[in-house]
Design a protein around this ligand. Structure first.
Ligand code: PMP
Length: 348
């Protein structure tokens, strides 16, 4: 027997979305990637950084991510010490738990939501607590005062796609004595963002990813807006060279090309609305989405069969059967042609 920590020996480990070996033969709508390429300015910045011979790669990247942080600070209207970049928002979720929760401390999240929170809590040896959702997509049984070390609120919610209102988030920030982390992985596709609230609530952290809206899942980039003391703590515990040179220039270029971002967001959101209307017209219950995916139930309640029907047509989506509220498939928004192919399989 290895001398593993008991929680590591006992935990299951996270299972990422299925990545088929022959991805080009599938319509892949199971991990909420962007169907369009990143900004041409991002590609150009990466090429420039590589240069003809890659000589710059000899040297370590800027450990402080200064240029990319400054770009993020300009975009969100905060000073740079309120911002931290990361190797995907997953790194931020991980380091927030490491910074705020010790072994045995309570950390909460919504069930169903992003299951990786549970994995990270298990690694840390913290104690998970989950809050459910009502049929109206409100938190069920959230106490007037919550004393857990952290509460992860996924908004827009994954996998259901609805968003909590800013009033609800503000109310939660007041009720939490610990940290409220609003995981805004999908917020660029939504109407509102809690970023503006961070200035008023030092216990509020907003995390963002470049994986969805910026089409950079393959670069591994995320960022957080938080009080400078929180940012300082996250800076203390991260790997010092957590972002490579290519990721750093990509982040800066992506943040600075908001025109391209807005154009792609409009495209994805228009496809999402058209797709949702068509599915509903064909009798499929679809939750109104503020993300780049929609949650769809089967008209006969058999989500597994719906998943299989799409799988057999080489369309990959994600099947969920976590709870009454969450039985069906989450479908990422692809190109119009991909969504049309899916609609055709369903006769919608
Ligand atoms: N939060 C949520 C809710 C997500 O769905 C994802 C992507 N699976 C992430 C965080 C992590 O995103 P990334 O690490 O790619 O930035």
């Amino acid at each position: 027997m290895l001398p593993l920590r008991r929680n590591i020996a006992e935990m299951a480990g996270y299972v990422p979305g299925f990545q088929p070996a022959d991805a080009e033969r599938w319509i892949k709508l199971n991990t909420n990637e962007n169907p369009y390429p990143p900004s041409p300015r991002v590609v150009e910045a990466i090429r420039n950084e590589l240069g003809a011979d890659g000589a710059r790669l000899r040297q370590y990247p800027d450990a402080g991510s200064r240029a990319a942080r400054a770009a993020a600070a300009r975009l969100y209207g905060y000073d740079a010490d309120w911002l931290i970049l990361a190797n995907g928002s997953d790194e931020l979720l991980n380091n927030l738990i490491r910074a705020f929760a010790g072994e045995g401390d309570e950390v909460a999240y919504i069930h169903p939501s992003y299951s990786y929170y549970g994995t990270l809590i298990a690694i840390q040896g913290a104690r998970p607590r989950t809050f459910g959702l009502t049929a109206q997509f409100k938190l069920a049984d959230f106490p007037a005062r919550y004393d857990g070390k952290l509460f992860f609120l996924t908004s827009p919610h994954a996998p259901l796609g609805f968003a909590f209102s800013l009033a609800e988030i503000e109310d939660l920030a007041q009720r939490c004595s610990g940290m409220l982390v609003v995981d805004e992985a999908y917020a660029d596709f939504a109407a509102d963002s809690a970023v503006t609230l961070v200035r008023r609530y030092p216990n509020l952290v907003v995390t963002r990813t470049f994986s969805k809206s910026y089409a950079l899942a393959g670069m591994r980039l995320g960022l957080a807006v938080a009080h400078p003391e929180v940012v300082a703590a996250l800076d203390k515990i991260r790997d010092h060279y957590h972002l490579d040179r290519l990721a750093l220039v990509a982040a800066e270029a992506a943040l600075e090309d908001q025109g391209y971002l807005r154009q792609r967001l409009a495209q994805v959101c228009a496809t999402r609305e058209r797709f949702s209307v068509r599915l509903r017209a064909a009798g499929y219950p679809v939750i109104a989405s503020q993300a780049n995916f929609v949650f769809v139930s089967a008209p006969d309640g058999n989500g597994q069969r719906l998943y299989q029907q799409l799988y057999d047509a080489r369309i990959l989506v994600r099947y969920f059967s976590d709870a009454l509220l969450c039985h069906g498939v989450r479908i990422s928004i692809g190109t119009d042609a991909e969504m049309d192919a899916l609609l055709q399989v369903l006769g919608a």
